[in-house]
Design a protein around this ligand. Structure first.
Ligand code: BGC
Length: 519
């Protein structure tokens, strides 16, 4: 008997012995958050990305992508690893779908590897085997009642596009992306109802073109260790091309596919909450500026057709301009906003006060220093990643901020999760007993349910991640999964957090069933 069946029979039995409202109240308590606050068609899922999960980097006609090349260069990945095999999702997706079914989730967020579909971009052949793989994955998900939530590019692009055009620095990538997205809509859009154009372009361009820590490793010498680049200019050029590529693709989806296929399309931003460092007006303005120079940098043009005012004032002619034609496409060019929220920081003004050089203090980040610490005290408990501090209140504040700034555009929490160190001295039991992850998820979901109760239109939550996986420049040294992966055997084992998430979702389903019964 499936878990949902058990829950159903249990609810029928309980209904016969206690009053429904009393039972709902009981179920609302404990386990963190009030799941009844989430709407009845809410998507609960887990998230992944092609480079971090699939492996099979040279199988069945796939071309090399920028991360394949970057991870093979010595010194780029902490443990010297690559995503060549990753967690072998390419061959094990059926087993992984069974894990999702066991969690009771109703959706799965994954990304398509562009180089698996178009190994050489627009001027090469479409790789039939790549199409076949995603068809099989999508069919298997649909068969199990899981809604595919698909990202077109999650940091990876065919290396050919990097070599021929210089990647996102070239406006030609807009046409490349349009061509690729069109193939995806045409081929998979009958079954895919949620499309994301880009995952976290704000991280992609700052890591790729400001600090140079991600491919294409471009930066100025004062920002990182790169051979080429201009950290004060290139992030804005790459971002501009990404924003226009997004708008172009949304335009073709809306004109050619949306009505027939009945789906929706959005973009996902890395969204950290930023608290002012002090009560001073200057620090409050600095916190606003920090958001504008990071998240609103992309959302404002896509929704309002212009860059945030603070960016115009500080950057002047460094910021590329939108033509009249661009602005026509950039009028509310999305159906939903995807929020990847993990953590929060403080921002301190560096216009009126002298800041020590450091993160965020430059003009390119709006003259505000960002720090997780104030008076020697951290904003929240630290984790295995220096940037990730536990601050659940940030979830409610972030979602409320997006709701207010963008006038109630629907939102999805497309990623949220907790990281452990892959300590070689830890036992498997220690990895599996991930109490900290459970506490993190319970607290963040609680904060999310408060935002929903206060009117935020949030339509889904995706835990990062289904499995431990390749954590970019940290390789396999960090673990984000609800399931532990043994990197020797690739065996998956549910952690305590998987059981907790399953109970949370089952409790949500039960409460929803009871509420319907009571009406
Ligand atoms: C990215 C994921 C990444 C996660 C944890 C997000 O920035 O979308 O790919 O693994 O955060 O760092």
């Amino acid at each position: 008997m499936s878990c949902l069946h058990k829950v159903f029979f249990l609810s029928q039995f309980l209904l016969s012995i206690v009053s429904v409202s009393c039972l709902i109240e009981t179920l609302k308590q404990n386990l963190g958050g009030d799941p009844s606050l989430f709407p009845s068609n809410f998507l609960f899922g887990t998230a992944s990305s092609s480079y971090q999960f699939e492996g099979a980097f040279l199988n069945d006609g796939k071309g090399l992508n920028n991360w394949d090349v970057f991870s093979h260069e010595p010194g780029n990945i902490r443990d010297g690893s690559t995503g060549d095999i990753a967690v072998d999702h390419y061959h094990r997706y059926l087993e992984d779908i069974d894990l999702m079914v066991s969690l009771g989730v109703n959706s799965y967020r994954f990304s398509i590897s562009w180089a698996r579909i178009l190994p050489e971009g627009r001027f090469g052949e479409v790789n039939a085997a790549g199409i076949d793989y995603y068809n099989k994955l999508i069919d298997a998900l649909v068969l199990k009642g899981l809604e595919p939530f698909v990202t077109l590019t999650h940091f990876d692009i065919p290396q050919e596009l990097e070599d021929t055009f210089g990647g996102w620095l070239s406006p030609k990538l807009q046409e490349e992306f349009r061509y690729y997205a069109d193939i995806c809509f045409k081929t998979f859009g009958d079954r895919v109802k949620y499309w994301v154009t880009f995952n976290e372009p704000n991280i992609q361009v700052t890591a790729g073109y400001r600090s140079g820590s991600y491919p294409p490793s471009r930066c100025s010498s004062s920002y990182g260790n790169c051979t080429y680049g201009d950290s004060e200019k290139e992030p804005f050029v790459a971002a501009h091309n990404i924003i226009l590529s997004h708008a172009t693709v949304v335009d073709i989806y809306r004109r050619q596919y949306q009505e027939k296929q009945g789906g929706s399309i959005g973009i996902v931003l890395h969204a950290k909450w930023i608290e002012p460092f002090s009560n001073s007006t200057a620090d409050k303005l600095a916190a606003d500026r920090a958001q504008s120079f990071f998240m609103n940098w992309f959302l404002d043009p896509i929704i309002f057709g212009r860059y945030p005012e603070e960016m115009n004032t500080i950057l002047g002619s460094i910021l590329p301009e939108f033509s009249c034609n661009d602005r026509k496409k950039l009028n509310k060019a999305l159906d939903f906003i995807g929020i990847n929220h993990y953590t929060s920081l403080y921002a301190q003004d560096c216009i009126f006060s002298l800041c020590e050089p450091g993160k965020g203090a430059s003009r390119t980040e709006g003259f505000c220093r960002q720090t997780p610490e104030k008076d020697g005290v951290s904003i929240g408990e630290s984790t295995a990643l220096a940037w990730l501090h536990v601050y659940p209140q940030g979830m409610e504040k972030m979602v409320t901020y997006v709701k207010e700034r963008y006038s109630g555009i629907p939102m999805f929490i497309t990623e949220n999760g907790y990281v452990d160190e892959n300590d070689p001295n830890s036992t498997i039991e220690e990895f599996l007993y991930d109490v900290k992850r459970v506490e993190y998820m319970a607290a963040y979901l609680d904060a999310l349910s408060t935002a929903v109760r206060k009117g935020a239109d949030v339509r889904g939550y995706f835990a990062w991640s289904l499995l431990d996986n390749f954590e970019w420049t940290y390789g396999y040294t960090k673990r984000f999964g609800l399931h532990h992966v043994d990197y020797g055997t690739l065996k998956r084992t549910p952690k305590l957090s998987a059981t907790w998430y399953k109970l949370f979702i089952a409790r949500y389903s039960l409460v929803k069933t009871l509420i319907v019964k009571e009406q």
